[in-house]
Design a protein around this ligand. Structure first.
Ligand code: SAM
Length: 282
């Protein structure tokens, strides 16, 4: 367990109502080390305010009197608060058809390739770090109807249990980014709730599961494509390097890895071939 040594002086003072709430350096170090060990997420000095704000929400929610009590709670009832802490520190920004060129490539190039090579008529895609679900639903809408009679499954995983639950619900306040023809085909207007729901036809293609990318992966088969976009940016180089190797071994020969727009493999020593904008092929 990461240990919390005697709090040091030197933390920034933040006003919170009548109370001065201070995050001591020792508390910052404890929380950032815990985040790194449990999720691989690097929280350095430049993200101190982000950590402060997110943990403060937990402190208020739990009606604690500050960071010392919060760190103590994490130490005393480790598993109880740990998952809420991890949920609090993940960044879940996502969108339907984010980096649209990836979905064009999937539909026009990758599917054509799979049709040619997959004699068994099976397609397996993994959305690793799926957040609230817009990514796997965008994959599902792109694939649905393209491979009649195929066995198509999309695995969507995330470490954060809260976003995963929302992804599984498949209900959204808006459908920004979803092309109009998909909206009419696959999204239902839940009039009374002012929300939109993904149709069962799309939902049944996806299995949502909680998975920490740092842990062993229980999936036995290989994937035709892995989307791990805008996740690696939160990790250090060593974690990224190991994950890239593990993704390589989880792809079928000829399978594709889709990364986020700022996550190139240029500096990594990798066997992947660059075949599109942050699209790599095994
Ligand atoms: C910024 S979102 C990216 C969502 C989506 N892939 C996209 O590009 O729109 C990053 C996601 O990675 C997840 N994540 C962070 N660390 C993780 C880990 N160690 N294992 C699994 N998921 C993780 C976060 O919970 C978050 O939902």
């Amino acid at each position: 367990m990461v240990s919390l040594s005697t709090p040091l002086l030197g933390g920034a003072i933040h006003e919170c109502g009548a109370v001065n709430l201070i995050m001591q350096d020792a508390e910052f170090n404890y929380l950032s080390q815990l985040a790194f060990r449990e999720s691989g997420i690097v929280i350095n000095e430049s993200k101190r305010d982000m950590l402060y704000g997110r943990v403060m929400k937990r402190i208020r929610h739990l009606k604690l009197n500050g960071f010392t009590a919060y760190c103590q709670l994490l130490q005393d009832s480790y598993a109880g608060e740990l998952s809420a802490f991890i949920n609090a520190i993940t960044t879940n920004l996502t969108a339907f058809f984010r980096e649209e060129y990836h979905f064009d490539f999937l539909k026009k190039v990758a599917l054509a390739n799979f049709k040619h090579h997959n004699q068994d008529k099976r397609l397996r895609i993994w959305s690793a770090g799926c957040s609230t679900g817009q990514e796997p639903y965008s994959i599902a809408m792109s694939v649905q109807g393209q491979l009649p009679d195929w066995d198509v499954k999309i695995l969507a995983t995330d470490l954060d249990s809260e976003v995963l639950w929302r992804a599984h619900q498949g209900r959204y306040d808006d459908l920004m980014g979803v092309p109009l023809h998909y909206r009419s085909q696959y999204c239902a207007d839940m009039e009374h709730q002012h929300r939109y729901g993904m149709d069962d036809e799309i939902k049944q293609l996806i299995a949502f599961k909680q998975l920490n990318l740092l842990s062993p992966w229980p999936m036995s088969g290989l994937f035709d494509a892995i989307f791990c976009r805008n996740v690696l940016i939160y990790f250090d180089n060593e974690t990224k390097r190991k994950l890239i190797q593990r993704f390589y071994s989880k792809l079928k020969p000829g399978g594709y890895l889709f990364l986020g727009h700022s996550e190139s493999l240029q500096s990594s020593n990798t066997k992947f071939k660059l075949v599109g904008q942050t699209i790599y092929q095994r």
